[in-house]
Design a protein around this ligand. Structure first.
Ligand SMILES: *Cc1c(COP(=O)(O)O)cnc(C)c1O
Length: 227
């Protein structure tokens, strides 16, 4: 009899399969389990299974639930994947281990100031607006070189690029585009990340170079409705 697989095991198997097809090492891909809107009771089973990287999209929500979970699981790495207001930069730097949504000069300034003040420098992905959908955040493609330069000048550790392609359109061209942008900006270096791919398309993203996939629904089921 086959042992029933957990959602985490299924996603891990899919990641391994995509890596094999793409001739990539499975270690090159970090699974960020997106736990936004889910309570600690839903997160704990994943922690017990060894999942260490988690993604949240709101600073305040993460402040409410992660300090306690972290006490029991100190190796947890928290990723901020949602839009960040400059006035929350200090809270974000204090709590998170990586930020995936650096997208404008004012946020470069706010994050640099927060990192200086807290003496803590955390890696940041620059989010690129690949689908020309400003409401999702992200730096316009034309402004990316200048933003990267500002971030480097401010001593912000750059982890790579991130994108959220338009929904309901084939995402592959957008993933390929982000991968190309990462190469074009002198960051073909393997250590430079590409944060792309969600529940519906992470295997495609891995085949196109993703180093960080942000998967929520496939691990946790549907998110609870907003209160
Ligand atoms: C919610 C969210 C995800 C996860 O989406 P799923 O479709 O549930 O996997 C990934 N990235 C970002 C930026 C998100 O806000």
């Amino acid at each position: 009899m086959e042992k029933a697989e957990t959602p985490l095991q299924q996603v891990q198997a899919n990641i391994a399969k995509a890596c094999t097809i793409a001739r990539r090492e499975v270690e090159e891909v970090t699974l960020v389990a997106v736990s936004k809107m889910h309570h600690a009771e839903a997160i704990e089973p994943l922690l017990r299974q060894g999942q260490r990287h988690f993604g949240e999209n709101r600073v305040q929500e993460a402040q409410g639930k992660w300090p306690a979970l972290r006490e029991a699981h100190p190796a947890v790495q928290l990723h901020l994947i949602g839009q960040l207001q400059s006035n929350k930069a200090e809270d974000a730097v204090a709590l998170f281990d990586a930020i995936h949504s650096l997208d404008r000069p004012s946020l470069v300034k706010a994050l640099a100031k927060a990192m200086d003040k807290l003496g803590r420098r955390i890696p940041c992905f620059v989010q690129v607006d690949v689908g020309e959908e400003p409401q999702k955040g992200g730096c316009p493609v034309a402004e990316l070189p200048a933003l990267l330069e500002q971030a480097r000048a401010a001593d912000i550790p750059l982890a790579g690029l991130m994108c959220i392609p338009p929904f309901e359109i084939e995402p592959a061209p957008f993933f390929a585009f982000l991968d190309k942008l990462a190469r074009d900006h002198g960051l073909a270096d393997e250590s430079w990340g590409r944060s792309m791919g969600m529940s519906g398309d992470y295997q495609t993203a891995i085949k196109l170079g993703a180093t960080h996939v942000r998967v929520g629904t496939a691990l946790f089921g549907e998110r609870p409705a907003k209160p």
